[in-house]
Design a protein around this ligand. Sequence first.
Ligand SMILES: Cc1ncc(COP(=O)(O)O)c(CNc2cccc(C(=O)O)c2)c1O
Length: 291
Amino acid sequence: SQWIFLGGAFVKKEDAVVSVYDHGFLYGDGVFEGIRVYSGNVFRLDAHLKRLFESAQSIMLKIPYTQEGMTQLIVETIRKNQLDSAYIRVVVSRGKGNLGLDPSSCSIPNVIIIAEELTMYPKEFYERGIKIASVASRRNRPDVLSPQIKSLNYLNNILVKLEANQAGVEEALMLNDQGYVTEGSADNIFIVKNGVIYTPPVYLGALEGITRNAIIDVARAKGYEVRESPFTRHDVYVADEVFLTGTAVEVIAVIEVDNRVIKDGKPGAVTNELLEEFRKIVTTDGVTCYP
Ligand SMILES: Cc1ncc(COP(=O)(O)O)c(CNc2cccc(C(=O)O)c2)c1O
């Protein structure tokens, strides 16, 4: 059976329940991480946990473990489920409290670790590339709720995803309130123009993606110039290549944006090259579960 880490112990999946008074459930008051395990390697686990602890710090939520302690618990959860390639969801909520939203009524943060067998996207998804559309819903402003906090508040992302579904495309592109491109509903965006790679700076309103940062490292190691600089939908429409990055999608080519076909409408050479290199580092860059 599948084991979930909950309430300081491992419980069976069917017994893994949270209280209706958990503020993660009632108000989205909490933080989370989505992490992948490739052949027993927890890809960039340290970077994920650094982001988890920073998100918690930002909402004044004290995680009752050290980063090292969380590392051990995550590795133990993967081993207990005898997983080799997996998807890990780490959730830290404010915990059980009363019905008011004041976090002071919550005394014990709820730390949950879920490990699932990995399901990859189909190969043709990467060979074909995807179509995306910019949507009316904007990314929440950094001065309202920082997009750099990976919080349980994913309604902005969900509403954007709903608009993408209604537009009949696979992913949505979010702009910030000045109209600059920020990211997708659950992934970061890159464009390639005249051999230079661009991605929005996170302060415009994006989550600092682990995959984003890994691709920046990979691209620079290959000698590409990578600029974190603002760009608009126009820049995307006239780009030589467009691709998205994220734990779930890894690196996926975008072949059409708002019905503009990007170049020849096929995944670009740089995109494919970076995905190929990314697939090499994911089995070694991180923490191994089975030394
Ligand atoms: C808003 C947002 N932006 C970018 C990313 C990419 O970040 P990473 O490269 O660190 O993953 C995310 C991450 N989003 C994410 C992470 C894991 C799983 C899923 C899912 O769709 O199940 C989504 C995200 O939620």
